[in-house]
Design a protein around this ligand. Structure first.
Ligand code: UDP
Ligand code: MG
Length: 351
């Protein structure tokens, strides 16, 4: 069989079986959890490599999200000790979503697929094999969905349930209880890189890409080392990003309220006129009440209309890709400066 070079140093035949896996781990003040987690991850990667599931070129990428403790120092030590460890470091704390994105965008040029997982390894790392199995069956994105929330406190459970319900109600296409533990193929990562928005909510954006996907269920364990790095304010910001970056439904609700208020207003006019002529009303009551209802409705409606334009403008400014090619079959070559895309020289140079 003819092996075709695929630009990643192996033949396609080889890499179908042995994909290059990059595990992306966001870390914020994780000095307690980092070393035990790195040990577990290295063991897992070793297992996957030895069993021939993933390529020898697979890596673990730690993204230090501007930690103020010894996290970077530990990542540096790990990098010097292990060939398969890569470290990236932010100058400031840019948040979990940005850390994951940065890791994935780094990985996309080297890997066949990347898996993101939290530094505390609360998510069951044994699900990675199942992620890979789904990828090999043809999924470009494999979502990790947690089995239960038994390890979470009451507040976290309640806030998470409320959050997912609100998100779905607002029209975002999002899996309930999907964590940022998932596999994305190089193609899905390339598609994701086209989304230029600043308010990132990956759990909403990734389903929006629309590539083939599947779901793998996994267990969640309690955090072993250190404390949760997701403060209440960080959680609220994430929720606000989730709702506002995916939907202009709240604006549409204002519009709906405007129409409702106007309808009630017109009903009230009949009631007011009736009361004015046949009932007992004090001076000024009719005109004030009418103004309140009709004007109130008109104001809400106008706000809704203005909001619709603002909302559309908002969606436009994100400059999301309109489409993404899944595959391209073409005999065309793009040649620039005598070099063509597939590595051949320009036809006239060959003659
Ligand atoms: N994290 C991050 N930046 C932040 C907050 C958290 O990179 O600003 C990382 C953190 O180091 C961990 C992951 O995001 O790897 C999830 O955080 P954590 O486990 O504290 O959240 P929880 O499990 O409590 O929701
Ligand atoms: Mg955690």
């Amino acid at each position: 069989m003819i092996g075709i070079e695929n630009g990643k140093g192996g033949t396609m035949e080889e890499n179908v079986k042995k994909g290059i896996l990059y595990i992306v781990v966001p870390c914020y003040n994780e000095e307690e959890a980092l070393l035990p987690s790195a040990k577990t991850l290295l063991e897992k990667l070793g297992e996957l490599r030895n069993s021939g599931t993933v390529s020898e070129k697979s890596r673990i990428v730690f993204v230090d999200d501007g930690s103020r403790d010894r996290t970077w120092e530990l990542i540096t030590q790990l990098y010097h000790a292990h060939e398969e460890i890569t470290g990236l470091r932010f100058a400031h704390n840019r948040g979990h979503q940005n850390a994951i994105l940065a890791g994935m965008m780094y990985a996309k040029d080297f890997c066949d697929y990347a898996v993101t997982i939290d530094a505390d390894l609360q998510q069951d790392i044994n699900a990675i094999e199942r992620f890979i199995a789904e990828y090999e069956k043809g999924s470009e994105v494999v979502y990790g969905v947690r089995n239960s929330r038994n390890t979470d406190g009451f507040f976290k459970k309640l806030s998470a349930t409320l959050f997912y319900k609100t998100m779905r109600f607002m029209g975002a296409n999002i899996y309930e209880n999907s964590a940022d533990y998932r596999l994305m193929s190089a193609k899905a990562l390339a598609a994701l890189s086209e989304y230029g928005e600043v308010n990132l909510f990956l759990r909403g954006i990734i389903p929006d890409i629309g590539l083939t996907s599947s779901v793998v269920h996994f267990d969640v364990f309690p955090r072993m080392q250190g404390k949760s790095k997701y403060s209440l304010s960080k959680m609220m910001t994430l929720a606000a990003d989730g709702v506002t970056s995916f939907s202009i439904k709240p604006i549409r609700m204002v519009f709906g309220m405007g129409i409702l208020a106007l309808l009630v207003g017109f009903g009230m006019i009949i009631h007011i006129v009736y009361e004015h002529y046949f009932g007992y009303t004090i001076d000024g009551w009719s005109s004030i009440l009418m103004s309140i209802w009709v004007l109130g409705g008109a104001i809400l409606l106008s706000l809704g209309i203005i909001g619709e334009y603002v909302g559309r403008n908002y969606m436009e400014t994100k400059r999301r890709p309109r489409y993404y090619f899944w595959d391209v079959l073409s005999h065309d070559q793009i040649c620039r400066d005598g070099i063509c895309r597939d590595g051949f020289e320009r036809e006239e140079d060959l003659i």
